[in-house]
Design a protein around this ligand. Structure first.
Ligand code: SF4
Ligand code: SF4
Length: 339
């Protein structure tokens, strides 16, 4: 756990001493398990959700986990001995229920497991001691340092990679973080470790991801390798975006068409489209006011409008340099609606 002394596990490189209780952008000190369960979504697995995240995404589906410890509704089970978790995962995979769903791996998710990388490594070490039958998946937003990404490559049999946006403006508006480390990690992973990529997942939010944004992401991926598996996920209204409309079916279909036009050979979409919602008029007004700060990117300015509406004062969003990092109103937001 010595990495937590001067924590530079993710691209924020905060340099805080988490073992002494100092908090960086993720706000997490020791590794904590938030929940765990057999999960049928491919790859079927025993999924371990770790508490806390280095992003502050407006659309977070797991916000009560990811915004631990600051969100009043944050919930975690707590610290678990790594060996105990490894043995438990093997036992759960081998139960009749695990067999029935075809579970064949432990799946680290969150939040963002990169912020707990030394703990994940310990669990995996024990897991490999107990079994050579079952595999390891690492689910990531890609905001790791180069060094951490190389460690992830060493421990994982498969990686699910959430690619949130191509333009820095939209990436910042949605997550509070710059996109450059994510693009750099995709450039590291796809050409050299394509076999590890289970899927690059792209959540599509209407009025945020327009055709230009989708094309930018697809061209970037196709330039790295046209065979990389890409799955577009339909946005469902959640967290700060709880009133925003869900992704329409036509957007999902069009995204797959764009991916194919760009040369991607393995593009698909999934999720529940067409959920109702409406952009609040005040958020549209914020968009006009913020447009210049987001380089004229309409979708980014609209998303940033939601952040401003709940109290985020820093635009373009930059959570790593924000004086309100410890009292962030986004991290504390309590959604009334879950979809
Ligand atoms: S945000 Fe990243 S670098 Fe900062 S303390 Fe958390 S894991 Fe470490
Ligand atoms: S208030 Fe600061 S820390 Fe919170 S989302 Fe806005 S920029 Fe990020």
């Amino acid at each position: 756990m010595k990495d937590l002394r001067n924590c530079k596990l993710c691209a924020w490189e905060c340099g805080v001493d988490r073992l002494e209780g100092e908090r960086g952008v993720c706000r997490v000190t020791e590794p904590v398990v938030a929940s765990k369960q057999l999960h049928p979504a491919p790859p079927a697995s025993y999924t371990v959700f770790l508490g806390g995240c280095n992003y502050r995404c407006l659309n977070c589906q797991n916000w009560d986990i990811a915004h631990y410890p600051d969100n009043p509704e944050g919930r975690v089970l707590g610290r678990q001995d790594p060996r105990e978790l490894a043995v438990e995962a093997v036992n759960m995979i081998e139960t009749p229920q695990g067999r029935a769903i075809g579970a064949d791996r432990i799946f680290f998710s969150g939040g963002e497991p990169t912020i707990h990388l030394p703990y994940v490594e310990e669990v995996v070490e024990h897991f490999r001691e107990v079994t050579d039958l079952w595999k390891v998946n690492f689910d990531t937003n890609g905001f790791a340092t180069r060094r951490s990404m190389r460690r992830i490559v060493r421990l994982a049999d498969s990686i699910t990679f959430d690619f949130k946006a191509y333009s820095d403006e939209l990436h910042r508006a949605l997550t509070g973080a710059p996109v450059e480390p994510v693009l750099r990690n995709l450039e590291l992973l796809i050409p050299s470790h394509l076999d590890l990529i289970w899927e690059v997942r792209i959540l599509l939010i209407p009025e945020a991801h327009d055709e230009e944004e989708i094309r930018g992401m697809c061209e970037f991926l196709a330039d790295l390798d046209e065979s990389v598996p890409v799955c577009f996920l339909a946005f469902r209204p959640n967290f700060v975006l709880e009133r925003h409309p869900g992704a329409p079916r036509r957007l999902m279909r069009r995204a797959v068409e764009i991916a194919r036009e760009c040369g991607l050979e393995n593009a698909s979409w999934s999720g529940l489209p067409d959920l109702e919602g409406e952009v609040p008029p005040r958020v549209r007004n914020h968009r006009k006011a913020l447009l210049n700060r987001y380089g004229g990117h309409e979708g980014a300015a609209l998303m940033a409008g939601y952040a401003r509406e709940v109290g985020c004062p820093r635009h373009p969003r930059d959570c790593g340099g924000c004086p309100r990092m410890a009292e962030c109103p986004v991290k504390r937001y309590r959604a009334a609606r879950r979809t």
